[in-house]
Design a protein around this ligand. Structure first.
Ligand code: FES
Length: 102
């Protein structure tokens, strides 16, 4: 198994009982995941960059939350329209998007 260069975690407020209910889910968490999936496919980065949805990070007031490993960079108040910038600047450019960092 090849490990990814980047793993992007997006809070969709997923709960262990299968429900998705909470701040990030109500504020486009699923759309953000879908947008990352589209961008990864369009840029032919499958296998190098993974995206996963997660449960609550307990900082809902800063949500929607996106966490990028191995860099341990946390982004807050992310909107679907920010995904392209995160892909350009962080994933492909290697630079943290300071305006979204928390
Ligand atoms: S629901 Fe996303 S951080 Fe709490």
């Amino acid at each position: 198994m090849k490990k990814p260069k980047y793993h992007i975690f997006v809070c969709t407020s997923s709960r262990v009982n299968g429900q998705q209910k909470g701040y990030c889910h109500s504020n486009a968490g699923v759309e953000i995941v879908m947008k990352f999936m589209e961008e990864i496919e369009e840029r032919e980065l499958e296998g190098e960059v993974y995206v996963s949805n997660t449960g609550c990070f307990a900082i809902c007031d800063k949500g929607p939350i996106v966490v990028i490993y191995p860099d341990n960079v946390w982004y807050g108040s992310v909107k679907p329209k920010d995904v392209e910038e995160i892909m350009d600047e962080h994933i492909e450019g290697g630079n943290v998007v300071k305006r979204l960092e928390i």
